[in-house]
Design a protein around this ligand. Sequence first.
Ligand SMILES: NC(=O)c1ccc[n+]([C@@H]2O[C@H](COP(=O)([O-])OP(=O)(O)OC[C@H]3O[C@@H](n4cnc5c(N)ncnc54)[C@H](O)[C@@H]3O)[C@@H](O)[C@H]2O)c1
Ligand SMILES: O=c1ccn([C@@H]2O[C@H](COP(=O)(O)OP(=O)(O)O[C@H]3O[C@H](CO)[C@@H](O)[C@H](O)[C@H]3O)[C@@H](O)[C@H]2O)c(=O)[nH]1
Length: 326
Amino acid sequence: MAILVTGGAGYIGSHVVYGLVEKKDRVVVLDNLSSGFRDAVAKQATFVFGDVGDVNLVSGLIAEHGIDAIMHFAASTVVPESIARPAAYYANNTVNSLALVDAAIRGGVRHFVFSSTAAVYGNPTSQMVSEEVPTRPVSPYGTSKLMTEMMLRDVASASGLTYAVLRYFNVAGADPFLRTGQSTRAATHLIKVAVQTALGIRDGIEIYGSDYPTPDGTCIRDYIHVCDLVSAHIKALDYLRRGGPSVTLNCGYGHGYSVHEIIAAVKRVSGNDFAAALRPRRAGDAVAVVADSTRLRELLSWTPTFDDLDTIVAHALAWEEKLKLQ
Ligand SMILES: NC(=O)c1ccc[n+]([C@@H]2O[C@H](COP(=O)([O-])OP(=O)(O)OC[C@H]3O[C@@H](n4cnc5c(N)ncnc54)[C@H](O)[C@@H]3O)[C@@H](O)[C@H]2O)c1
Ligand SMILES: O=c1ccn([C@@H]2O[C@H](COP(=O)(O)OP(=O)(O)O[C@H]3O[C@H](CO)[C@@H](O)[C@H](O)[C@H]3O)[C@@H](O)[C@H]2O)c(=O)[nH]1
């Protein structure tokens, strides 16, 4: 048995690969390095350079390595970019995912863990979001991911495949041992941008919208430490391998922070003050999205280890300092 990890050279995938090889799983990483890094991949994993949409390559890997499970992280991930370049997002996130799912079914793969997103909910009517809340994405990124969820559901029900759709909320932080972290070029993620500003890598940070209907006027998100996502993936795959039926699970802590609160935390933890300029709203942003993760906690007995904003920020800072020295 071996696991094919697409996008395993990226931010979240590289952390999960470390988690898998630590427990002696055989791992094959497939990544086209469009936003990932070869040296982020644990040396115990087999690395293959290539594209998820390359059906011949994927089919060959499934047969050659005896792949029984796929974890599919590979995607284009920037919400504002998806509004400017929707076709590219549907091509990479939906069309390539269909090719991968199809190759998986043909190759006899048993289980599929899919990186979905809170962006499938769009602007929910209540801040707290369970998996039963209607999905109404407000960006092509969110729609492209929701379409893949739907394909997976239909394809799985017509085959023996079982899947776990993991809807991540906002992922942040880094491996506490600093083996990997978020190295994304020109990152747009709030905590990464704020940490880079605190370290003088950027001149300042912009706050996109301060007139939202929230207590301080800025958007609220549920920030989850990347290592707590690692344990969610490992538990989800164990659950499927034990015969558990397909499932969709929110991955977040159940409490949110505003943009102002995040910036204050980065200033507090780094000990550095920096400029934060108020700007107009950014297209495609939801007001407030916080995970009801009861299902993840109950079904998989998942308990987070790093549910503390200052710890998340401290680990993100430590990784950024390491990158700065390279
Ligand atoms: N970072 C977040 O806050 C967040 C939140 C919700 C969901 N997600 C999802 O998690 C997954 C991983 O995100 P990330 O933050 O690690 O992004 P990332 O950009 O760091 O990782 C994506 C990886 O996929 C690779 N890739 C992209 N397209 C490919 C293709 N066609 N073939 C092969 N490799 C390809 C990239 O080179 C990269 O290594 C994505 O599916 C993303 O939508 C991320
Ligand atoms: O320089 C910045 C960056 C972000 N923000 C705001 O901070 C919040 C969070 O933004 P960001 O970190 O870009 O995350 P999201 O847009 O919420 O999207 C992230 O979280 C989603 C899940 O919720 C994932 O699917 C996406 O891949 C991931 O980019 C939003 O209100 C942004 O407007 C700023 O004000 N200034």
